[in-house]
Design a protein around this ligand. Structure first.
Ligand code: NAP
Length: 540
């Protein structure tokens, strides 16, 4: 076997979604030599892979986009209030062309291993196709919801029909006409896909393990007036988003609680958020995610309205969620509940009637066999850590990431993990990531990392590592915020509960993107407190 030739860079970035693309742009602006490795055959990350019917962002288009380039944000025109996947992918491609990013992105190139050698102060990143790339810095831009999970159900290999996971949907699409289709999963993805599949398929069987809350999205064309209203004060709105709790300027920042407010006023406020639509609903009051009693009032309001379109009381009962609202990711839908009135849709409650196996001709639950031509897994992701741990990351003669995170992931500010130098993560565990408008969080992390690298160069520093003490302290803050809320008590992907054997740790930072940004900025201003910055001899 021949040893692959090593290529040398200042930084290797893994992933060419929003995060990897912007990281590349920022580092190139500093004159650095950077390469981005991308497993897909084009840019886009989440929006490249998730092409399932109905895929759409539930953060408004004017906010779910890059803010670093005023000309770009003024020139780009969104057609809908909430953009669908094809339009977001067009936008991402437009950005890649505009910034001439592709020349430094290697498509169809999956990183498999990354090793840091403390002697040379270099990372070596290996790819599935046998490339070996060396750099002082390795930056993981692999996304929080990118490691799609197909559950281990016995018999999948025997299935004679076609099956798909929504997180790696075929580019050419899937024709459901005349087919008997089954879908497992009723999270944000399933709730988006189900109405569209139901309208095309001969029959759709929905296999639901947990009933979820969903607020009507109320999507529609983006009018010229609405677009102009944002564009006229885009810079100010972006600044507002950066300092808001969730990275969305259009979300209410609640100052009072349900429990301190007159019930009539509460009802009116909920109604106004319901009419506005979308996932900002739980931001109506500041105690909905903190106090069971407040949460119960919110959930009762939502359940009554969301189930109103369902005619059959038995179906309504099956579709009624029982966990506190907002403690799993809130869903937003377009015509989801109505779909259960159709005669070609059936809902199988797999908590009451569990799946036993997949057969050659369909899916067997304890009580019945469901004949299927197509089976869709809308079963989610190994969130936040899955993609990071899918690359075998280690320090030569030292620790590796899997072992370091055996009891759950810990990362200082979600940026670096102690014991592994010169490895940055964009929106890693312990940062607001999935609890925020992720484009805002991506920009914040990318800019912080780029500034940190510039600072290091200016000071002649070539190694940075999170201190174990600072990481522990940060972990305690992340835990304290989570534990003051209702979120860690629900078995959700936020705590890794969807992955058998995954340690149960609440992963995202709940303090909000504004507070988080100020904390990160202050740490940098004080000379990167909690990070150890050193200058070591290294390979030429
Ligand atoms: P998800 O929220 O994890 O939902 C997965 C669904 O599959 C759940 O209903 C889950 O049931 C079910 N499931 C998982 N494993 C199963 C098994 N072994 N047997 C039976 N059922 C199983 O995944 P997702 O819907 O793909 O969404 C993931 C996240 O992506 C969202 O929460 C959101 O952050 C993001 N997303 C956003 C949008 C948007 O912007 N509109 C759209 C799609 C996704 P349990 O609940 O019982 O585990």
């Amino acid at each position: 076997m021949t040893t692959p030739q090593r290529e040398h860079f200042d930084a290797v970035v893994v992933g060419a979604g929003f995060a990897g693309m912007y990281m590349l742009h920022r580092l190139r602006q500093q004159g650095l030599k950077v390469v981005v490795l991308e497993a897909g055959d084009d840019v886009g990350g989440t929006w490249y892979w998730n092409r399932y019917p109905g895929a759409r962002c539930d953060v408004e288009s004017m906010e779910y986009s890059f803010s670093f380039d005023e000309d770009l944000q003024q020139a780009w025109r969104w057609s809908e209030r909430y953009a669908g996947q094809p339009e977001i992918l067009r936008y991402i491609n437009h950005v890649a062309d505009r910034l001439d990013l592709r020349r430094d992105i290697r498509m169809n190139t999956r990183a498999t291993d990354a090793e840091f050698d403390p002697q040379t102060n270099r990372w070596t990143v290996l790819t599935q196709s046998g490339q070996s790339l060396q750099a002082r810095f390795c930056i993981m831009a692999t996304g929080c919801l990118s490691n799609a999970q197909v559950p281990q159900i016995p018999g999948l290999a025997d299935f004679k029909g076609r099956w798909f996971h929504t997180g790696f949907w075929p580019k050419e699409g899937v024709d459901f006409t005349g087919k008997r289709v089954g879908i497992i999963g009723t999270g944000s993805t399933g709730i988006q896909a189900i109405p569209l599949v139901a309208k095309q398929a001969a029959h759709l069987s929905v296999f639901q393990r947990t009933a979820n809350y969903s607020i009507p999205l109320r999507n529609g064309p983006l009018t010229a007036e609405a677009e102009q209203a944002v564009k006229q004060r885009y810079a100010a709105l972006r600044e507002q988003a950066r300092h808001s709790p969730s990275g969305v300027a259009g979300f209410n920042v609640p100052t009072r609680g349900v429990l301190q407010t007159d019930p009539q006023e509460v009802e009116q406020a909920f109604q106004s958020r319901w009419d506005f639509g979308g996932i900002g609903f739980t931001r109506s009051f500041n105690d909905v995610l903190l106090k069971t009693e407040a949460n119960t009032i919110a959930r009762e309001f939502v359940v009554k309205r969301m189930l109103a379109p369902v005619n059959d009381p038995a179906l309504r009962a099956k579709l009624t969620p029982t966990y506190p609202i907002g403690t799993k990711r809130l869903c937003a839908d377009t015509g989801y509940f109505e779909i259960y009135n159709r005669s070609n849709v059936s809902l199988v409650d797999i908590k009451a009637d569990p799946i036993e196996s997949i057969t050659a001709t369909g899916l067997r639950t304890q009580q019945a066999h469901h004949d299927l031509d197509i089976l869709i897994f809308a079963t989610g992701f190994d969130a936040i850590t899955g993609a990071l741990l899918s690359v075998n990351m280690r320090v030569k003669g030292g620790s590796d990431l899997k072992t370091a995170w055996a009891d759950g992931p810990r990362a200082y500010l979600g940026l670096m993990t102690a014991g592994i130098a010169n490895l940055f993560m964009i929106t890693g565990p312990g940062s607001p990531s999935v609890l925020s408008n992720v484009v805002v969080s991506v920009e914040q992390h990318v800019e912080w990392i780029a500034d940190c690298m510039a600072h290091m160069r200016a000071q002649g520093i070539n190694r940075i590592e999170a201190s174990a003490h600072a990481q522990q302290d940060w972990g305690r803050q992340v835990d304290a915020l989570a534990n003051a809320s209702l979120l860690p008590h629900t078995a959700s992907w936020y705590v890794g509960a969807n992955i058998p054997g995954k340690p149960r740790v609440f992963m995202p930072y709940m303090g909000g993107v504004g507070v988080f940004r100020r904390t990160c900025d202050e740490i940098a201003r004080q000379g990167y407190t909690g990070f150890e910055l050193t200058t070591v001899p290294e390979a030429a």
